[in-house]
Design a protein around this ligand. Structure first.
Ligand code: NAI
Ligand code: MG
Length: 504
């Protein structure tokens, strides 16, 4: 779990160095423009803490310009009326192909900006993003209304699904390209115009994506990118009266601010938030499978996943055995710099701020009587300049401890024993969150009973973390509103119009 290899790096592609060195602007109405105020900020490489690039910091006047551009394009019908559904499909598919063609560049940009191992970005984030666009490329020709058998005499009634309009898409830093793709693809397929606000920690792949939109030949104004901070660019987008919808992924706290400040214009809001997802191992499970599953449920992407399996409940009879297995598996995890040539499993957490938050939770856990069986330290040596934290397992955790209740969003799991199914079901549901849950069992009736009773948007049984562009994803309770992906993603980005015609 420490850096056990001499650090050597993957060569930075010439396209990536050239991109990093250029002046980064905002992408508005098909043109690149600096922020009007001239303000900029630095984005860092969390593996080294060193600056990567200077980025334009959009303020409310830039938001006004981007909203006008998107509005003009939307109202002109250049995207959803003047192009046929088949034309729109072809453009979205072309974008997917361009993402594939530029995959090595996009993977390096996300790796440098977020810290994730470049191999993971190349194998997972980037192809999943392309796949998301490919899936939604099929939709424009399939968004149908209905003919309704109304009982009003002499009337024909039918429905059509229309785009909502201008959508502000605010995304986080944990999967920079993929989280953007999750929102952009259905919004485009449904015929909307988009303003993307990437996270201030990870703006690079969003800017590169805008180039690919240009290359694909989308009408100007369909896709716009505003880099900048949440409190300025993000907030102005949410408050803007001419934005029809906000699609947001991020923290619960910011989501509540967004709901409040969207009230003035009653714009549509969909929210994909965090969780404290329970992962339950029953004694009858395939324990080998459960051990590996439980390890990666939390440590995948360094615990920086909305679905991280951060509450690990293990049936008492197998507690020691499973815990030992997970600790052994964890000890094998290789941590290294994002661009390390040694294909580490994990990189650093995303920022100094996130490092402090996670270390604060670890400190708090120890202070309240929990114990670490492995991990618990910031990593030093060759990794001392980056934001590296050892994958950490806590035991002797009480349900009401902060580390067991709050989303840590880092490589920290609480392993807790349970005795019987009714008890663990209640404990699993006793949280304001409801994003995902997992269980490991060979018993079909336990599997189905828990699938029915867990108050979450996604249940994984004998697996963890699977998502697919075709399958709906989202949260119960404070994990959010609305379902992304699949047909539900189209519904989320469209309105239904009912049309009545008097016959004769
Ligand atoms: P955040 O919620 O502040 O950031 C997410 C996005 O929202 C970013 O693009 C940010 O610029 C924007 N934003 C921030 N304040 C805004 C505002 N007032 N109006 C409009 N947009 C705004 O998340 P942050 O601070 O980066 O991370 C803090 C915690 O949030 C994490 O520790 C984790 O618990 C949670 N989180 C959850 C994510 C998820 O996938 N569900 C992703 C990122 C963070
Ligand atoms: Mg960065």
């Amino acid at each position: 779990m420490t850096l056990t290899f001499p650090e050597t790096y993957v060569d930075i592609l010439p396209e990536v160095s050239a991109f990093l060195e250029q002046e980064h602007r905002l992408y508005i109405g098909g043109r690149w423009a600096p922020a009007r105020s001239g303000q900029t900020f630095e984005t860092l490489d969390p593996s080294t803490g060193k600056p990567l690039a200077r980025i334009s910091s959009a303020q409310s006047e830039d938001v006004d310009l981007a909203v006008s551009a998107a509005r003009r394009t939307f109202d002109s019908g250049a995207w959803h009326h003047n192009l046929t559904p088949s034309d729109r499909s072809r453009l979205i598919w072309r974008l997917a192909e361009l993402i594939d063609a530029h995959a090595p560049v996009l993977a390096q940009l996300d790796s440098l900006d977020n810290g994730k191992p470049v191999g993971k970005a190349l194998k997972s984030d980037v192809p999943l993003s392309a796949e998301h666009f490919r899936y939604y490329a099929g939709w424009p020709t399939k968004i149908e209304g209905a003919t309704i058998p109304v009982s009003t005499p002499g009337m024909l009634n039918y429905t059509v699904r229309e785009p909502v309009g201008v959508c502000g898409l605010i995304v986080p830093w944990n999967y920079p390209l993929l989280m953007a793709a999750w929102k952009i693809a259905p919004a485009l397929a449904a015929g909307n115009c988009i303003i993307l606000k990437p996270a201030e920690q990870t703006p690079l792949s969003a800017l590169y994506l805008a180039r690919l939109f240009e290359e694909a030949g989308f009408p100007p104004g369909v896709f716009n990118v505003l880099t900048g901070f949440g409190e300025t660019a993000g907030a102005a987008l949410v408050e803007h009266p001419a934005v029809d919808k906000i699609g947001f992924t991020g923290s619960v706290g910011v989501a509540k601010t967004i709901v409040r400040s969207s009230a003035a214009s009653l714009k549509r809001v969909s929210l994909e938030l965090g969780g404290k997802s329970p992962n339950i191992v029953f004694a009858d499970a395939d324990l080998e499978q459960a051990v590996v599953g439980a390890t990666w449920a939390i440590f995948g992407n360094n615990g920086q996943s909305c679905t991280a399996g951060s509450r690990l409940y293990i049936q008492r009879g197998v507690f020691d055995q499973v815990l030992e297995g997970v600790a052994d598996e964890t000890a094998k995890i290789r941590v290294g710099m994002g661009m390390s040539a040694h294909q580490p499993d994990l990189g650093p957490v995303v920022s100094q701020e996130q490092l402090e938050t996670v270390m604060g939770y670890i400190h708090d856990g120890r202070g309240s009587g929990a114990e670490t069986v492995i991990g618990g330290q910031r990593m030093g040596g060759a990794l001392a300049d980056g934001y590296f934290i050892e994958p950490t397992i806590f035991v002797r955790v009480q349900d009401r401890m902060k580390i067991a209740e709050e989303e840590i969003f880092g490589p920290v799991v609480c392993a807790m024993p349970f005795d019987d199914p009714a008890e663990v079901l209640q404990r699993a549901n006793e949280t304001p969150f409801g994003l995902a849950a997992g269980l490991w069992t060979r018993d079909l009736s336990t599997a189905h009973r828990f699938a029915a009773r867990l108050q979450v948007g996604t249940v994984w049984i004998n697996t963890w973390g699977d998502t697919d562009a075709a399958s709906p994803f989202g949260g119960y309770k404070q994990s959010g509103h609305g379902r992304e992906m699949g047909k539900d993603g189209i519904d989320l980005y469209s309105e239904v119009k009912s049309v009545w015609i008097r016959l004769g």
